[in-house]
Design a binder for this molecule. Structure first.
Ligand code: CP
Ligand code: NVA
Length: 306
């Protein structure tokens, strides 16, 4: 593993290895055991979109591993004034040990990896959010004790979250159901990927159908970052695409509720269901820290922990 650009590029074994290391790093942090696996290393964090969790978890994680994070807002970088990403990649590769980037086009992340010579981590694009799904899988395993054989239902837009959940869950032996309005389905290449898992993937416009026998239900905003102008249209299109008490009736007993956050109560999820599952949702948010520390160690450490 040289980069984390998408989950498609990771094998099931690599995903499991990251989850195992993340569990270990979480245990060590809770028990005051410090290992500075990234002592003396630097991580540039390029943000072209807003963030709370991604920024704080990468920055704190890097500090806890003995390294140094640099917050690089595109408002301040020359990239924001048109310097090509190919040049930025070659400059940063001569100064840093790794780059995390949150941006719009997946092609920009891929170009950073292609032109640079240091590991690149995708901190969210319009296409996917691999770091979030590693934390999600970690959380599901933590609460359920396994991944294989579980069913996840995603109720919402066929967006970056849906894409990474489909790939990550299927690779880990879970089945996936997506409920989204017509015209908001995941892209063709993701649906083609799911075709490799016959009987484990379904798509519907009916959230109640998707939720049947689910062990985990998941949702995300109706309008993602960069889609602010579509907000009114989307509010109409997504009416009823919601995790609520009626939907929870359809799921398996002890079904988990996850949300990548930020959440919009009364839109994609009701306040009562959100609060009833707050323990799971905020553990999920915390697990961003542990999962990304594992990714950084695997990509950037000179010596790998046992
Ligand atoms: N879930 C997530 O990526 O949160 P932020 O946008 O706050 O980083
Ligand atoms: N789909 C959302 C995810 C936020 C973590 C967005 O891209 O804004």
């Amino acid at each position: 593993m040289k980069h984390l650009l998408t989950l498609e590029s990771l094998s099931t074994e690599e995903i499991k290895d990251i989850l195992n290391l993340a569990d270990q790093l979480k245990y060590e942090l809770k028990h005051g055991i410090e290992h500075h696996h990234l002592k003396g290393k630097t991580l540039g964090m390029i943000f072209e979109k807003s963030s709370t969790r991604t920024r704080v978890s990468f920055e704190t994680g890097m500090y806890q591993l003995g390294g140094h994070p640099l917050f690089l807002s595109s408002n301040d970088l020359q990239i924001g004034r048109g310097e090509p990403v190919e040049d930025t990649a070659r400059v940063l590769s001569r100064m840093l040990d790794g780059i995390m980037i949150r941006t719009f086009a997946q092609a920009e992340v891929d170009a950073l990896a292609e032109y640079g010579s240091i590991p690149v981590i995708n901190g969210l694009t319009d296409y996917c959010h691999p770091c979030q799904v590693l934390a999600d899988l970690m959380t599901i395993r933590e609460f359920k004790g396994k991944l294989k054989g579980l069913k996840l239902a995603f109720i919402g837009d066929g967006n970056n979250m849906a894409n990474s959940l489909i790939v990550g869950c299927l690779k880990c032996g879970m089945s996936v159901a997506i409920a989204c309005p017509k015209g908001y389905e995941p892209p063709k290449n993701i649906l083609d990927f799911a075709d490799n898992y016959p009987g484990m993937f379904e798509m519907t416009t009916d959230p109640l159908k998707a939720a049947e026998n689910a062990d985990v239900v998941y949702t995300d905003v109706w309008a993602s970052m960069g889609q602010e102008e579509e907000k009114a249209i989307r509010e109409k299109a997504f009416a009823g695409i919601q995790i609520n008490a009626e939907l929870m009736e359809k799921t398996n007993k002890d079904c988990m509720v996850l949300h990548c956050l930020p959440a919009h109560r009364g839109e994609e999820i009701t306040a009562d269901v959100f609060e009833a599952h707050a323990d799971e949702i905020f553990e999920e948010a915390e697990n961003r820290l542990h999962a990304q520390k594992a990714v950084m160690v695997r990509l950037m450490a000179d010596k790998q922990p046992e």
